[in-house]
Design a protein around this ligand. Structure first.
Ligand SMILES: Nc1ncnc2c1ncn2[C@@H]1O[C@H](COP(=O)(O)OP(=O)(O)OP(=O)(O)O)[C@@H](O)[C@H]1O
Ligand SMILES: [Mg+2]
Length: 274
């Protein structure tokens, strides 16, 4: 608790949830954060039902970039902060789907000098924690990169990191999806079917490849958060739409009239489609 206050009080960034105030009185402990109207990424990705329509590819990539910037800021802080509990429930969204990271209760100072940070008790959340951290309790910034890879994979697939309701062999998202991520043709097995028609194959491959790099078993092979931010910024660029959509737009512009009524998806007024 005290750690959280210390960190949050000093760290300001557009992609970190603001700590507005706190109360420490006898056994009463309270942290007051800015209110994030759209709640957590976890709710949007996994709570089914009319209340939360599926997030578009554009929104998912925007949220991934925002979260990556928040994490990069923490990693680059004068005294490096390792997040340690990076997961979709800790990515909160404002009205414009700007992502802000919350919950620094588990955050720790990063390693200084050559020493890597050793903590005896493994904390964090199962399904997101890096294999070397689970095995040894050694915590480095690279553990966060792994967790980021898991989150990116959840966003791409619409599946939870751990889901015991799936068929056997698919309970653990990373174990199941990893072989597909670098395969051009099989990548579609992983991608959320609700995203169909919203991304180009190139963009999907780039995103899947990035997740794959973050999930490298060897920590040294994982990119830095700065590199992740650069890769995600590239993914935001428009102009590389799926072929089908390009045809549709051309068709619209020329106002084809071949006798048959042409059905195009209605332009959506929903902010979910950017
Ligand atoms: N500042 C906030 N604004 C709006 N909703 C919030 C805020 N903080 C938390 N929430 C909502 O409350 C839920 C629970 O948050 P909480 O941090 O208590 O648990 P968690 O994120 O699921 O797990 P953990 O305790 O490991 O972080 C979040 O998933 C989010 O939907
Ligand atoms: Mg939380």
């Amino acid at each position: 608790m005290q750690a959280e206050i210390n960190y949050l009080g000093q760290l300001h960034h557009p992609n970190l949830v603001k700590l507005i105030g706190y109360c420490l009185e006898d056994e009463h402990r309270l942290l007051v954060y800015e209110f994030m109207v759209r709640g957590s990424m976890e709710n949007h990705l996994f709570r089914r039902g009319s209340h939360f329509p599926p997030l578009s590819w554009g929104i998912r990539m925007k949220v991934a970039l925002g979260a990556a910037k928040g994490l990069a800021f923490l990693h680059n802080a004068k005294t490096q902060v390792i997040y340690r509990d990076f997961k979709t429930s800790n990515i909160l969204l404002d009205s414009n789907y700007n992502a802000k990271l919350s919950d620094f209760g588990l955050a720790r100072d990063g390693p200084t000098g050559d020493r890597s940070h050793v903590s005896t008790r493994v904390m964090g959340t199962y399904g997101y924690a890096a294999p070397e951290y689970l095995a040894t309790g050694h915590l480095t910034a690279k553990s966060d990169i792994y967790s980021f890879g898991v989150v990116l994979l959840e966003m791409l697939s619409g599946r939870r990191a751990i889901d015991n309701n799936r068929p056997s062999g698919e309970h653990n998202l990373v174990d199941w999806a990893k072989p597909y991520l670098t395969n051009k043709r099989r990548i579609f097995r992983v991608l959320d079917t609700r995203l169909q028609g919203q991304y180009s194959l190139t963009r999907a491959q780039e995103a899947a490849n990035l997740a794959h790099q973050c999930l490298a078993v060897e920590p040294k092979l994982r990119p830095s958060m700065d590199e992740v931010v650069t890769a995600l910024e590239k993914l935001q660029e428009k102009g590389d739409m799926p072929k089908r959509n390009q045809k549709e737009r051309r068709g619209n512009a020329h106002n084809r009239s071949n006798g048959k009524p042409t059905t195009y998806p209605k332009p959506s007024a929903s902010p979910l489609h950017v």
